[in-house]
Ligand binder design. Structure first.
Ligand code: 6GU
Length: 252
């Protein structure tokens, strides 16, 4: 998988050289390129923002540096059509993810979809956002997806990009050491995870639940399932309702 990350603060993405994602890059499973948006400005002050047309607070990102940056990314991957034996398939069109609190909410199922793609481009804006015409212009060249990571406001898209890249890349085969841990995980079956314990069996007067020491794998699985259901009902009634509805579908 190839990732191109565009921002006025590409240094934010240095954390992606650590840990599992850093290893995945070293192993050649993942290629991450960072791009400085300001390199695609042409004025002396390298201006990336301007006042909102129609008035209002804050600043808006100018469209032209974004178009030049995204054209640069495309030029780097698109074979010259004159030299191509056949036209590129639709699936060859890269995906452009625009982090914005005004986007659809990024979920595990979106992460699973994106993890199967060859090329993702992230356009991390700042201020009040990017001129809408960038997304409109990009439709012809990319599959454009405006995505939010939740109902709160960040100062810019960079932290959202890091969260999405982590959720997506860990699903690529080989990135995570033990793929069984992926299958068991929270949200793949729409329930929260059960509580986990390690040694010692009694710690500061607090015991591990007795059943987990029993060696009875069927009873342990049943206990964990009950804990998942209880947690989900108490903490995420929205997920619990969806879980019950889906279980109903199976029986119908
Ligand atoms: Cl993707 N961007 C910003 N700026 N704020 C957010 C967000 C994204 N998702 C939630 N809040």
């Amino acid at each position: 998988m190839r990732l191109d990350l565009v921002s006025i603060f590409p240094e934010f993405f240095d954390v992606l050289d650590l840990s599992l994602i850093g290893r995945a890059q070293q192993d050649g499973l993942l290629q991450i390129r960072r791009h400085q948006l300001r390199e695609h400005t042409t004025d002396r002050h390298r201006t990336v923002d301007d006042t909102p047309t129609g008035g209002g607070a804050g600043m808006v990102m100018r469209p032209e540096p974004w178009a030049l940056a995204l054209e640069g990314v495309l030029a780097d991957v698109t074979p010259d059509p004159a030299e191509a034996a056949e036209p590129a398939p639709d699936s060859a069109r890269p995906t452009l993810i625009i982090p914005t609190p005004a986007g659809a909410v990024f979920t595990q199922s979106i992460a699973e979809d994106l993890a199967r793609r060859e090329h993702l481009v992230f356009a991390a804006g700042r201020y009040e956002g990017i001129d809408q015409r960038v997304a409109d212009w990009a439709q012809e060249r990319f599959e454009v997806m405006p995505l939010s990571i939740g109902d709160y406001v960040l100062n810019g898209g960079e932290v959202a990009v890091i969260a999405m890249v982590e959720a997506i890349t860990r699903l690529i085969p080989g990135v995570i050491g033990n793929p069984v841990s992926l299958e068991e995980e929270s949200h793949s079956d729409g329930l929260l995870e059960y509580p986990v314990y390690t040694k010692p069996a009694l710690w500061r007067g607090l015991p591990v639940p007795e059943v987990l020491l029993s060696g009875d794998h069927a009873r342990i699985a049943e206990h964990r399932r009950e804990q998942q259901l209880r947690r989900t009902r108490e903490i995420r009634p929205d997920l619990y309702a969806r879980h019950l509805a889906q279980r109903g579908d199976h029986l119908a």
